[in-house]
Write a protein that binds this ligand. Structure first.
Ligand SMILES: [Zn+2]
Length: 126
């Protein structure tokens, strides 16, 4: 069985991405699973700069991603688009068809596996 690696093609868009793990000072929504990241919880803060033209040199976006979604993204994605993690996982079908390796699941925390079970239950059906 081969690994399930999703590589989203975003064309020749020019962008800059800075990510860091931070502790939230107030409640936030995870941009992927939409669960609440509580104040005091660690999560990823990403600042995404999308380069445009002279009139509008860039657009900046900020995303908060919970630790579990970051883990899942790291294991299953090569290229990704913020906020589309779960729909891309769903649409890729490789997870639902069982086309992933146990080694991939082994790299996830029990909490991240629980999230996969919740969002893509077909992965765990016999
Ligand atoms: Zn999340």
């Amino acid at each position: 069985m081969s690994e399930c690696i999703i590589d989203v093609d975003y064309g020749d868009e020019e962008f800059d991405l800075k990510t860091s793990m931070v502790v939230s000072e107030k409640d936030k929504w995870c941009c992927e699973c939409e669960r609440i990241i509580r104040a005091g919880e660690e999560h990823e803060r990403a600042v995404f700069l999308n380069y445009g033209d002279e009139e509008e040199p860039y657009t900046a976006y900020e995303y908060a991603t919970c630790v579990q979604c970051v883990e899942i993204r790291d294991v299953f994605f090569d290229g990704f688009i913020f906020t589309e993690l779960w729909s891309d996982l769903d649409n890729s079908d490789c997870l639902a068809r069982g086309e992933f390796t146990i080694a991939q699941l082994d790299r996830l925390s029990p909490e991240a596996v629980a999230l996969l079970m919740e969002f893509i239950p077909a992965m765990f059906e016999e």
